[in-house]
Design a protein around this ligand. Structure first.
Ligand code: NAD
Ligand code: ZN
Ligand code: ZN
Length: 364
């Protein structure tokens, strides 16, 4: 089967034939129908996020179950699934108390499935899996908990975004930050994930949502997703602009969705006293931020991270799909470009240029 492999940071992905092992016990083989081009893969391509190479990238996928390993009960051949990049055990402390995104059994080793091995090979040599999904590929084998059954009538080139960008963004606003009706929000970075933070804040009933991005086309997308105001830091100094829009207070909820130390610090400064700042962006390895601790104390500001929108995959993902099918969640508006796997590098060129909200790779 064909897959997009990264051999060296800074080099293009190579689309080539690989061998895929059958699913072991507790695993599922999925024929991938579509996979979105998220910035997290780009972090691996640039070397900002170090991963064992060679590796098949892709982690925003949806497809159809082709085969199940022994003991699999939650899906069967022919089921439509969204791929979750967060395997869960269902029995650890965090799974049991309703936070499966923090599952304690998530392996510490990157690039392999949870038993520590890979199902991907080329001429006998191991190829690694990115994010337990490796879905820039015609087929993939994942842990059962990473194959989330969804309804059959949702187009898979839309459902795939629930595998990362839509879930991460909407979940960051609704699950992690728990944005309240009538509140004020600022979102720095309005790419595929940030647009969904905006959408999540709008669904939660925020009264003011300020989009911050260096690119005017992103600020236009942001309006479509529910932003009420926009600030372009290449034209206006972002902090005074946000303070002016909020009677000098700052926002109840700041979000950083890029990630650089500067923009994290900026999001924290934009957050009002008593407010909460949430880091969604994945920082390059070795990054450090610098903040005045007395601001936490004197202003009772909070700084937190959001991993995968604090998703409970089997609850949140089918729910988001229902909202999309009911016309209450925007996904079509996210898709600027549809490309075949052979043009996966073009999808990343477009992402780097900031030309798209999201591109999607579809498989025939
Ligand atoms: N927390 C998670 O679980 C999770 C999941 C998926 C992605 N992510 C991360 O979220 C981040 C965003 O991903 P994406 O796919 O939306 O990326 P993207 O490239 O589509 O969007 C980034 C946006 O930031 C803007 N930007 C860049 N520098 C800026 C600056 N200095 N000021 C204002 N705007 C600026 C760009 O114009 C772009 O619109 C990435 O770091 C990605 O790895 C995190
Ligand atoms: Zn992603
Ligand atoms: Zn667990």
């Amino acid at each position: 089967m064909k897959a997009a492999v990264l051999y060296e940071p800074g080099t293009p992905l190579v689309v080539e034939d690989l061998q895929l092992d059958p699913p072991k016990a507790g695993e599922v083989k999925v024929r991938v129908a579509a996979n979105g081009a998220c910035h997290s893969d780009l972090h691996v391509m640039t070397g900002d996020m170090r991963q064992p190479l060679p590796m098949v990238l892709g982690h925003e996928g949806a497809g159809v179950v082709e085969e199940v390993g022994a003991g699999v009960t939650s899906v069967k051949e022919g089921d439509h699934v969204v791929l979750s990049f967060n395997p869960v055990c269902g029995t650890c402390l965090y799974c049991t108390q309703g936070s499966p995104h923090l599952c304690e059994t998530r392996p510490k080793t990157a690039g392999v499935l949870i038993d520590g091995t890979t199902r991907l090979h080329k001429n006998g040599a191991d190829i690694h899996h990115f994010a337990f999904t490796a879905s820039f590929a015609e087929e993939t084998v994942v842990h059962e908990s990473c194959a989330i059954k969804i309804r059959d009538d949702v187009p898979l080139d839309r459902a795939c975004f629930v595998g990362c960008g839509t879930m991460t963004g909407v979940g960051a606003a609704i699950n992690t930050a728990q944005v309240q009706p009538g509140s004020t929000v600022a979102v720095i970075g309005c790419g595929g994930v940030g647009l969904n933070v905006i959408q999540g804040a709008a669904i939660a009933g925020a009264r003011q949502i300020i989009a911050v991005d260096l690119l005017d086309n992103k600020l236009e997308f942001a309006k479509t997703f529910g932003a009420t105001h926009s600030v372009n830091p290449s034209q206006d100094d972002a902090l005074p602009a946000v303070l002016e829009l909020t009677q000098g207070r700052g926002v109840d909820y700041g979000f950083e969705v890029i990630s650089t130390p500067k923009t994290i610090e900026l999001a924290f400064k934009m957050t009002a006293r008593g407010g909460t700042c949430t880091i969604v962006g994945v920082s390059p390895d070795g990054s450090r931020i610098s903040l005045n601790p007395n601001v936490f104390m004197m202003m009772e500001k909070k700084l937190q991270g959001s991993y995968y929108g604090s998703t409970r995959p089997r609850v949140d993902m089918p729910r988001l799909i229902d909202m999309y099918m009911d016309g209450r969640l925007k996904i079509d508006e996210l898709v600027s470009k549809t490309l075949p796997l052979e043009q996966v590098n073009q999808a990343y060129d477009l992402l780097k240029q900031g030309a798209v909200a999201r591109s999607v790779i579809t498989f025939s």
